[in-house]
Design a protein around this ligand. Sequence first.
Ligand code: MN
Length: 293
Amino acid sequence: MKIATFNDHRVGVVQGDQIWDVTFLLPAALDQLPQQRMNWLIAHWAQMGPRLADARTQCLPLASVALLAPNPAPPHVFAAPANYRKHIGELGSRAVTKGGRTAREQGFFLMAPGSISGPGSPIRVPRDSVRRFDHESELAVIIGRAGRNIPREEAMSYVFGYSCLIDATMRIEKDSHEEERSMRKSFETFTPIGPYIVTADEVPDPGRLRNRLWVNGQLKQDANTGEMIVGVAELIELVSSVLPIQPGDIIASGTPEGVGPFGPGDELRIEIESVGTMSLSVQECDARSPRPF
Ligand code: MN
């Protein structure tokens, strides 16, 4: 099943070029917290999944709605650094992870949930910036149920589904000041996700998916998730060894080689096999900062 969030945080099931509005099935109390609808739905999937499958009363053309981030308010966004072998080293002095280290040695980092945006929103980079902005094409793993200290052998049963995620990054220039990674990865709109969540039953092996990204129609990243150093199950084991994972959490599983710059006016397109495709424009925004972006 393909589940989307659209318009004013309504929830829908995507089928071909249609979307079935299933918001009426959710508790009315969630009308006060519409951004939490998807977290609630994921947490109650055992009961709600079959009801969604049968809810075929309110249909809209997919093209007529504004898709938002499928989970607009994940409790956590975890991210794997240096998780594809060929990507390691390609950033040279701009790399944050020390030479030769991978996600296995470094563990994960956090991206702020507030940096999440959806397929209908542009990525907005600070105006007149001297920074380089890079695209990272990533498979997003959506967690389905709470857990702590999950062994990798059991980890896949904690996956709710998958989505496409671009980890937009503003690089720090060589010989520049030092700066925490969270600031550069968590700029508003720098974590677009979508176009919907594909439930795990439709993606039998997340370790065999082509992962591609284009800039202005030119293919820049083209790899397979099978090249990930730390796979999905081990990422869940790692994250849950530190803190409880929660329904709706997102794990950005890392980017392959081909990371490169983008700027205002560009069009980014990400496609992950069996998961979906999403196109985003890039615009400028006014940014106030006590330090140069
Ligand atoms: Mn990344």
